[in-house]
Design a protein around this ligand. Structure first.
Ligand SMILES: Cc1cc2nc3c(=O)[nH]c(=O)nc-3n(C[C@H](O)[C@H](O)[C@H](O)COP(=O)(O)O)c2cc1C
Length: 269
């Protein structure tokens, strides 16, 4: 089978979070096909470390009741791994604020409306009303590389769901109640709960599903190297010499050009 670049671009850019669902069950056959295809993701020496609990029906109702119960009791959320750098990047922080504000605005929630904001957090724990929740976990104590492998797999899942007319929302918020998830799903302390994925048919009328956070221009996160770096710069990287300011490479995120690196917006032909 041939997939064209246009089909790929169409699929990749069609995936954005679904936070309102139209209702209606998701056929198991579709989920089985998507999950099987997603496992074609790469993993170190083909270890395939991802594990997924598919939760629906009464099991989902029971899980939601317990999660909301913890939330209403004021149990503090406790993600079992670090998902933000110790010193957050200001640009990323600004994007996070913009994305959060966009979601709240699409739900019609004012910035200073604390009760409505809290209700929004609670809606996360209801998987935004999705009929299916995937709970993804890895071996406890696994390294960053294993997270990368789960990420490859999950992106495949999300794209496959789009191809099947379904929507999804990855959630760290629900994984912040790991004890409830372990108890309801029969998982031991040897498993690290990484995230959940709310899955269902998108509500086409819901404004929140039309919200797409802006993406940075390619030139902000890609640099091209066509010539070797000047020798003094290479020595500086190896620690053989102090970094000579004259050959300092432009930081990613700046519009600067060096004699050796060109940003991707420059044509290659
Ligand atoms: C690891 C991870 C955790 C996330 N957790 C949540 C969450 O708890 N609730 C939520 O509504 N969205 C969550 N998101 C979705 C992001 O907010 C969303 O992907 C980002 O704003 C970009 O928007 P888009 O996916 O719609 O393009 C999460 C995404 C990732 C990758």
């Amino acid at each position: 089978m041939t997939v064209t670049i246009d089909q790929f671009v169409g699929l990749a850019t069609a995936r954005h979070c679904t936070r309102a669902f139209a209702g209606g069950p998701v056929p198991r056959e579709i989920l089985d096909r998507v999950l099987a295809a997603a496992a074609h993701a790469p993993s170190t020496r083909n270890g395939q470390p991802w594990r997924v609990e598919v939760v629906t029906g009464a099991a989902l109702d029971g899980l939601v009741t317990r999660l909301c119960g913890e939330f209403d009791r004021g149990t503090p959320p406790r993600l079992e791994y670090r998902n933000r750098p110790p010193r957050p990047d200001p640009v990323a922080e600004q994007r996070a604020r913009a994305a959060g504000a966009g979601v709240l605005a699409a739900f019609g929630i004012a910035r200073d409306d604390e009760p409505a904001r809290r209700a929004h957090l609670r809606r996360n724990l209801r998987f935004y009303g999705a009929p299916v929740a995937l709970v993804c976990h890895l071996p406890a104590g696994c390294g960053a590389g294993t997270f990368l492998e789960l990420g490859f797999f999950l992106q495949n899942v999300m794209l496959g769901l789009v191809a099947a007319g379904l929507g999804s929302c990855p959630q760290a918020s629900v994984a912040s109640y790991p004890d409830v998830l372990r108890e309801r799903l029969g998982l031991g302390p040897d498993r690290l709960i990484v995230c959940t994925l709310a899955v269902g048919y998108p509500d086409p009328e819901a404004p929140v599903n039309a919200f797409v956070p802006a993406r940075a221009a390619v030139a902000e996160y890609v640099r091209w190297h066509r010539q070797p770096l000047p020798v003094p710069w290479a020595m500086a990287i190896r620690g053989d010499a102090a970094e000579p300011a004259a050959v300092r490479a432009p930081a990613v995120g700046t519009a600067g050009e060096s004699t050796t690196c060109s940003h991707s917006r420059e044509r290659t032909s």
